[in-house]
Every structure is written in C-alpha cells, then in structure tokens.
Design a protein around this ligand. Structure first.
Ligand SMILES: C[S@@+](CC[C@H](N)C(=O)[O-])C[C@H]1O[C@@H](n2cnc3c(N)ncnc32)[C@H](O)[C@@H]1O
Length: 319
C-alpha cells in the first residue's frame, strides 16, 4: 500500500512522471488504436488538410499530443509542403521526416514554453481526455467529496468535501452531482484542468484555428458514474495509477471555450468525407484503384460511425 493521494495527482505522475506511461518506448499505439492510425488516419489527415485550407491556416498543422507522429506521417505523405509540428512528452520519434518539426512537452495540462503557433491549424486529437482532473464522488450523506487513490494498489477512499473552484465548476457544469437527485456513488470528473489546458493552448495562438477531437459529454447527458478508465495492451483494465496503463476520462466538451462544438460525423461530412464505395465499373477497368477506393470507404465509414469515432466531439476555436 502507498499513501492515498487525490486522483489528479496520482494520474499526472502515472502518465507523465519520470517513468510515466506515455514516456514508454512503445508509445500509446503500443496499447490502443486511435483514429489517427492506419487507414482511418489517412482519411482523417486529408480532411484536416482541407479544413486548414478552407480556414486559411497558412501556417500549417500543429499536432498537440502527437503520439509517435502517426497523424503527422499521414499529413506529410499527402502534402509534402505543408509546415508540420508535433508536440508530445517524448523526444522526436525515430523515422519522422526531417522537415517535420518537433517540440517536447512536460505533459498533461502543461505545454512547452516555446509553443506559439502562427496561422496554423492546431489539432489536439485525444489530448484533453488524458489531462488529469479532480475526481469526486457523492458520499452516503449526499456530499460531493474528492476521491483519493492508493497509486500502487488502486484502492480508493473519499477525502474532504469538494470546495473552491472545483465545486464552482460542478455547480456550473455538472449540477446533477449536487442536486437532491444525486445518489451515493455518483461521480464527477471535474473539467476545470481541461478547460485551463485548452485556454492555455488558445492563448498561444496567433491567428489560425484550434481543434480538439475527443470522447465527451455535454450538460444534460453527463454520465452519472463518471468515465475514468484505463487501457493496457489493447484491453480495458481497472484504473491503477502505477504507470502501467493509460488513464482517461471523457471530456466535458461544453465547458471548453469554443466557437463551435459538433460531432465528428457532421464535421467530416462537411469536409467531404462520405464513405461512398467506388463505382463497380472501376473493378474491371482498374482493379488496384477499386481496391484502394474500397479500403478508403471502409476507413471513412469507421470515422463517420455514430457508435464509434463518428460520435467523437470536435471543438473548434479561432485563434
Ligand atoms: C491518447 S494519446 C493520443 C495520441 C494521438 N494524438 C492519437 O490520437 O493517436 C494522448 C497523447 O497526448 C500526449 N500528451 C499528453 N499531454 C500532453 C502535453 N501537455 N503536451 C503534449 N502532448 C501531451 C501523450 O503523451 C499521448 O501521446
């Protein structure tokens, strides 16, 4: 057993500490797949290049929480001239094209000092869900208390009643946990640290556009039990803050500063992603193109699927 500490503290150390999960050699792709990988990544990258063009982002694309450069590699393959910058907690990944710039970051809510995008499309794909946040739970008497965790054993206890800025955040954005209808065991992931991290990123923009893509929820449909969960080697596991697994919780997307919040499927439709299969005649005229078209429509279908990636939120804010 180790001393119980607030979840946010254990979470931060577990992912971004010296031997934190995200510093491991295999990187996130060694433990779970995201839409930036493989065939979906290519379709997503094409849509992002179109978004950058349509919004006049002449400064290129900045990928915050770039993993090992998966999305950046797709972007470079599709466009050999667009300026690209990756930001993540590790040093520059091996094999990244030399003309892709890279910045190492402290991790979580903290960004590198010299990150100052100019007229760029700044993409944060599945970043905010891994920014640690306060976790709180309604106790037997109806009081919302901070949840503490034993980082090594994973056992939880309830700490002091939530107060100050965290409590104010709940009163404004996650009212259900404070209402008479709240039941013991109801949980809140307090989005204040995500709001602040996002605001910090927006504050660095000189023109351009920021886009956060993530799992999330909005007022009126907050998940009463919370969403804190963990992934290790492709499987969902019980959350433990010992550096062995990813720790993630959905994002309260409507508390982030934004010009627009919409579902990914709607955003991608607007950007011309359709999931249409290639016309049959192509199969005999040009079998290779037909097969490539089929693979691409399958990937587009996965990105648009309302029960999968299509249900992700896009949060857009102008710089
Ligand atoms: C869930 S993974 C997503 C990786 C990639 N964007 C994708 O969608 O495949 C989250 C990534 O965000 C990175 N990250 C977390 N906090 C960060 C920060 N403050 N600055 C840069 N990267 C960060 C992690 O190291 C990790 O690589």
């Amino acid at each position: 057993m180790s001393p119980a500490v607030p979840w946010a503290q254990a979470w931060g150390r577990s992912l971004y500490g010296e031997r934190g999960f995200y510093r491991s050699d295999v990187g996130p792709a060694g433990h779970f797949a995201t839409a930036t990988h493989g065939a979906t990544g290519r379709v997503l990258a094409r849509a992002l290049l179109r978004l950058a063009r349509e919004r006049g982002c002449t400064g290129g694309v900045v990928d915050v929480g770039a993993g090992r450069g998966e999305l950046l590699r797709h972007l470079r393959e599709l466009d050999d001239a667009v300026p690209l910058l990756g930001v993540d907690v590790v040093d520059r990944p091996a094999g990244l094209a030399p003309d892709v710039a890279w910045l190492s970051s402290p991790g979580g809510a903290s960004l590198p000092e010299d990150l100052a995008p100019r007229d760029a499309l700044v993409v944060a794909h599945e970043w905010l869900d891994v920014v640690p946040c306060t976790v709180a739970e309604v106790d037997g008497g109806g009081t919302l208390r901070e949840v503490l965790v034993d980082p090594l054993g994973g056992g939880e206890t309830l700490g002091a009643p939530l107060d100050g800025a965290d409590l104010s955040w709940c009163a404004e954005h996650w009212r259900e946990a404070l209402d008479a209808s709240a039941v013991p065991g109801d949980r809140v992931e307090v989005g204040r640290s995500r709001d602040a991290a996002w605001a910090d990123l927006l504050g660095r923009l000189d023109g351009g556009l920021a886009l956060a893509v993530d799992y999330g929820h909005r007022r009126g449909s907050r998940p009463p039990g919370g969403t804190l969960t963990a992934f290790r080697e492709g499987r969902e596991v019980s959350p433990v803050a010992d550096g062995s697994c990813d720790l993630t919780a959905h994002v309260a997307v409507d508390s982030l500063r934004a010009d627009e919040v919409l579902r990914q499927r709607d955003a991608l439709h607007r950007l011309g992603v359709s999931g249409r299969t290639p016309e049959h005649g192509l199969a005999s005229r040009d079998p290779a193109s037909y097969l490539a078209g089929l693979a691409e429509s399958g990937a587009a279908g996965a990105l648009l699927d309302p029960t999968g990636y299509g249900g992700f939120w896009w949060v857009l804010a102008r710089g």
